[in-house]
Design a protein around this ligand. Structure first.
Ligand SMILES: Nc1ncnc2c1ncn2[C@@H]1O[C@H](COP(=O)(O)OP(=O)(O)OP(=O)(O)O)[C@@H](O)[C@H]1O
Length: 286
């Protein structure tokens, strides 16, 4: 589905040329969920931005990105717009960055379906209501007519997820979609995203600095440091046999006393990760 080979990005400022991405290679198969985990500034967001071709204007990007057989770095005009509006969706960290503060929620949801997919406005409004119900929102009419400042962060991120899945994209790019939320809401929002991903058979590239969150919803994880992928493996592999000292460091910096679980990603919930403690009641007589 997505194949990135030797992706490099440099950004020139007045003083120097900065190497932001250095020979990044990764792949995401159809229906697969891949995590991109690393510390702040390691290049995770820039990798996602390169896929959508929304890197900073002073960046130089080389290498290869192939999406569904198409060479992404040579796309332009209508073909690029098409990819961004229907094939690939992105959920960013902060919902306020994508929602217009002076327009009600309904405008945000209808805009994508009406403008990008050519749906009639009435049909798009009905579909917007359905989508909000699907992401677990009650009182849909009230929410559709609300302005962003009237809704909680968790609610807004659900709205953004509803907008992102409206066009049934093949690939979801999720850039720390729950970082701004409290822990309980984080798990709920991640569960919704994960469920949709499975139902629609979407691929996902999920950026986070949290190894546990990635292990909860990803089939494989790539660990990133200083603009490079230092290691890729299934969650259990990274846990039991980390090959790179930085992966070991990430494992060691997690809360102490955590016992690994032998559960396949498809059987886990976002609050139950490959690394998390087994359920306290597990094995006890009912
Ligand atoms: N417009 C820009 N001009 C120059 N350097 C930039 C620009 N935007 C980002 N960078 C630098 O690129 C590097 C990678 O940034 P990126 O946002 O991809 O990191 P990240 O891993 O996503 O971090 P975080 O988890 O904090 O979002 C950082 O060193 C950052 O300072």
């Amino acid at each position: 589905m997505l194949e990135i080979r030797d992706l490099c990005m440099t950004i020139a400022n007045e003083r120097a040329e900065l190497d932001i991405l250095r020979n990044v290679s990764l792949s995401v198969a159809a229906g697969e969920s891949v995590g991109l985990v690393g510390e702040s500034g390691s290049g995770k967001s820039m990798t996602l931005r390169s896929i959508l071709r929304i890197e900073p204007s002073n960046a130089t990007v080389t290498g290869n990105i192939t999406f569904a057989g198409t060479d992404v770095l040579s796309l332009e005009g209508e073909a690029l717009r098409q990819m961004r509006s229907t094939d690939v969706s992105m959920i960013a960290q902060n919902p306020h960055a994508v929602l217009n503060p002076v327009l009600p929620i309904v405008n945000y949801l209808i805009e994508g379906m009406h403008d990008a997919q050519g749906m009639a406005k009435g049909a798009a409004r009905l579909r917007a209501g359905e989508l909000l119900e699907q992401v677990g929102i009650d009182g849909v009419d009230r929410v559709l007519s609300s302005y962003p400042h009237q809704l909680s962060g968790g609610m807004l991120q659900r709205v953004v997820i509803a907008g992102a899945i409206a066009g049934k994209p093949k690939l979801m790019l999720a850039d720390e979609p729950t970082t701004a939320l409290d822990v309980t809401t984080q798990a709920e929002v991640m569960a919704i995203l994960d469920e949709f991903r499975r139902d629609l058979g979407m691929s996902m590239l999920y950026v986070t600095h949290d190894l546990d969150l990635a292990a909860a919803v990803c089939d494989r994880i790539s660990v990133m440091k200083d603009g490079q992928i230092v290691e890729t493996g299934v969650p259990e592999q990274l846990r039991d046999n980390p090959q790179h000292p930085y992966t070991q460091q990430l494992m060691d910096s997690r809360p102490a006393g955590i016992v690994p679980q032998e559960t396949a990603p498809s059987e886990r919930t976002p609050s139950q990760t490959a690394f998390s403690e087994p359920d306290a009641n597990e094995g006890e007589p009912k």
